[in-house]
Design a protein around this ligand. Structure first.
Ligand code: UDP
Length: 315
């Protein structure tokens, strides 16, 4: 009997890679997306494949899936700072009401539930690197608060369903991830830098560029998430690449890897932009036997090729 996995946000960047992985593991996949920030191009190759189903639906409303469900992976959410500014209410709703609906589905079907949480629950962190037992430093009323607080609420709701309803739950705290199928214009650093480098525009580094991030290639992330799904771990697990670099370095690398003649310019730093971020992945190593394998040069070059192939008309 095939296992049935429901992926909310399945037409998004991470959701679509998860659909691919679940299909390749021989599962039946029900992909749900309202296409607010997701894109059917990301899953076009799955249409018509045996065991793949797509439902266009906003998961802040009741989710009806006939039959058996083994896994519910809740990945629906706007996920870039520009999205939060443009879609603040939808971001809050999908993290709160959407998580409630997805948990209700998992409870009803006695399925394993996996929440896509985020390093944003740590906010602008005062502890470095971030361990899962750190409670975070989040501004609830800042522009990023709509995402951070929705995800913090989602974690609370997930633990409540675990404790009160005995749902088998997993929480992955996802750190900065990149790779093919990111939206070119989602405003995040890597797509912005790559599109700027490929079109010969200046790379827009916000602030002095000394803020740090740790970038994980999408294939590594998906491997970690799949292992977490199959584990028995109910408490949050960080998944990300602990190799930390400044945003200036990242911009310089993109210029080098694309062979671009673009220059770097500095623009104002957005409000509440975290100054440092790096996952402590001890728990992922110990519990899941997982650590990232793809080095940044390999991953960034693959991402550049993806964008280069898709943006001939912009060049
Ligand atoms: N950033 C930048 N230029 C851009 C987009 C982002 O310098 O065109 C910076 C941003 O201010 C942040 C870092 O790059 O310090 C990572 O931003 P991103 O939006 O990718 O992710 P997040 O802030 O959510 O980690």
């Amino acid at each position: 009997m095939k296992k049935v996995a429901v992926v909310t946000g399945g037409a998004g960047f991470l959701g679509s890679h998860l659909c691919d992985r679940l299909m390749s593991e021989g599962h039946e996949v029900v992909c749900i997306d309202n296409l607010l920030t997701g894109n059917l191009d990301n899953i076009a190759h799955l249409f018509g494949k045996d065991g793949f189903h797509f439902i266009r639906h906003d998961v802040t409303n009741y989710i009806h899936i006939p039959g058996n469900v083994d896994y519910v992976l809740h990945f629906a959410s706007p996920a870039s700072p520009i999205d939060y500014l443009e879609l603040p209410i939808q971001t809050l709703k999908v993290g709160s009401l959407g998580t409630h609906k997805a948990l209700g589905l998992a409870k009803d079907k006695q399925a394993v539930f996996l929440l896509a949480s985020t390093s944003e629950v740590y906010g602008d962190p005062l502890i470095h690197p971030q361990q899962e037992n750190y409670w975070g430093n989040v501004n609830p009323i800042g522009p990023r608060g709509v995402y951070d607080e929705a995800k913090r609420f989602a974690e609370s709701m997930t633990m409540a369903y675990h404790r009160y309803h005995s749902v088998q739950t997993r929480i992955v705290r996802i750190f900065n991830t990149y790779g093919p199928r990111m939206r070119l214009k989602d405003g995040r650093a890597l797509p912005a830098f790559i599109s700027q480098a490929l079109t010969g525009e200046d790379l827009t580094v916000f602030g002095d560029g000394n803020q740090t991030r740790s970038f994980c290639y999408v294939d590594d992330l998906v491997e970690g998430i799949y292992r977490l799904l199959l584990s028995g771990e109910n408490y949050p697990v960080n998944i990300g690449n602990p190799e930390e670099i400044t945003i200036n370095q990242m911009a310089e690398e993109v210029i080098r890897f694309t062979g671009s003649s673009s220059k770097i310019i500095h623009l104002p730093l957005p409000e509440d932009d975290p100054k440092i971020r790096k996952p402590d992945i001890t728990r992922a190593k110990n519990i899941l036997g997982w650590s990232p394998k793809v080095d940044r040069e390999t991953g960034v070059k693959k991402t550049i090729e993806y964008f280069r192939a898709g943006m001939g008309n912009l060049g």
